[in-house]
Design a protein around this ligand. Structure first.
Ligand code: UT7
Length: 356
């Protein structure tokens, strides 16, 4: 039976380290508050106007491609997961294709907008393509440049202290080896609470989003206003909705329920238990969430990998970065049962079980 396996993995973290103390110089926060509630000690910020989600994704992809023992021209499909794309459109998939110099083969490129669960959703898509025999070298990238789109004033401090920049990438190939490959992926979503963790402007709501600002029937252009497009009305600017909003406590409570649920769903389907897991890599949302999930699932410390302390929450990039780092440190070995899980904005969540 054909399964899909991770044949190469890479990561890229920008050089600039931003500590909690650095943040406390621009907003009312403290190292103590951030550490206590999130476990984060520092995060990375990319170089503005030089680095982007695409350039970071490209750097990680190059390493993954080299480690897979192939060249960029061998890639036959690209999947790019990010919530912080370089452009409103086109997506980062084609920009990455160009950066990698994949010009001759005219392969397909797909962009995934699933925020924190983007990598798991992307892995699931890649898995189906590879298992079906459609593609042999799928490049899956998760990359984020949050630092360019956050509010570093007091108003945005509950969000901007958490998120960081970075990228991770994997090359997915077919395998017939018995003790290797993706066993299953489980995907879920619930749009009921879409605005509980959201970045709603600019958007085609044009500044009149019913949930956030009250319904409005004025669909006309705004006379004598600098912005009169659905992608940037004066009302949007006035209402200051160009930053992410999060109801942290609400997200926290749902996350600690959904993580174990979706992990157990995958384990049950594969007829395995938590005792079989060699390495659990949770999406790095908040160290307290990971610890809560670890405890509720009865996992030992050596069965879980966390690096949010150094990088913050890098959304779609957090799982591939952590998985790459754990593998580089020898904490994931051939044949190990690796469990991945994520929960985030949408809400969307998912899990993946794979033999390394
Ligand atoms: O990838 C998935 C995405 N997100 C998550 O998983 C986030 C899940 N939620 C969380 O991690 C936590 O809810 C946070 C860490 C975001 C916030 O912790 P909290 O204990 O839920 O704090 P809170 O939002 O209830 O705020 C408590 C207080 C408030 O002050 P008052 O109203 O009690 O005076 C906030 O204004 O802390 C204040 N606060 C801060 N103080 C210092 C909010 N952000 C900060 C800050 N520094 N950065």
């Amino acid at each position: 039976m054909i399964k899909s396996k991770i044949a190469g993995i890479g990561r890229y973290l920008p050089k600039t380290i931003v500590t909690n103390d650095d943040l406390s110089k621009v907003m009312d926060t403290s190292d103590e508050w951030i550490r206590e509630r999130t476990g984060i000690q520092e995060r990375r910020h990319a170089i503005k106007h030089k680095e982007t989600s695409t350039t970071m994704g490209t750097a990680a992809a190059k390493i993954a491609i080299e480690r897979a023992g192939i060249t960029a021209e061998d890639i036959d499909f690209i999947i790019f997961a990010t919530l912080s794309p370089d452009y409103y459109f086109p997506g980062c998939g084609v920009l990455l294709q160009r950066e990698l110099g994949i010009t001759k083969t005219e392969i397909g490129a797909l962009d995934i907008r699933n925020q924190c669960s983007g990598f798991i959703y992307g892995l699931s898509v890649a898995d189906q393509f590879v298992k079906s025999g459609m593609y042999k070298n799928v490049l899956l990238v998760g990359a984020e440049m949050h630092s360019m789109g956050m509010d570093f004033s007091n108003k945005g401090r509950n969000v901007s202290v958490i998120f960081g920049d970075g990228a991770g990438a994997v090359v997915i190939q077919p395998t017939q080896e018995e003790n290797k490959g993706v066993l299953n992926t489980k995907l879920h979503s619930d749009g009921t609470y879409a605005e509980k963790l959201a970045f709603i402007s600019p958007g085609s709501h044009g500044g009149y989003h019913a949930d956030k600002m009250g319904a409005d029937t004025d669909f006309g252009f705004e006379k004598d206003k600098p912005f009169a497009s659905i992608f940037g009305t004066q009302k949007m600017l006035d209402d200051d909705h160009f930053f992410p909003d999060m109801e942290g406590k609400f997200v926290f409570k749902l996350a600690v329920t959904k993580f174990p649920e979706v992990i157990n769903e995958g384990l049950k389907d594969a007829e395995l238990t938590t005792a079989d897991i060699d390495m659990f890599i949770p999406h790095q949302a908040n160290l307290r969430i990971s610890q809560f999930v670890q405890k509720s699932m009865g996992l030992r410390d050596d069965q879980v990998y966390n690096n949010i302390m150094k990088y913050g929450n890098t959304t779609a990039a957090s799982i591939p970065i952590a998985m790459c780092e754990a593998w580089e440190q020898g904490k994931i070995k051939d044949g190990d049962l690796v469990c991945l899980a994520a929960f985030g904005s949408g809400f969307t969540w998912g899990s993946a079980l794979l033999r390394w």
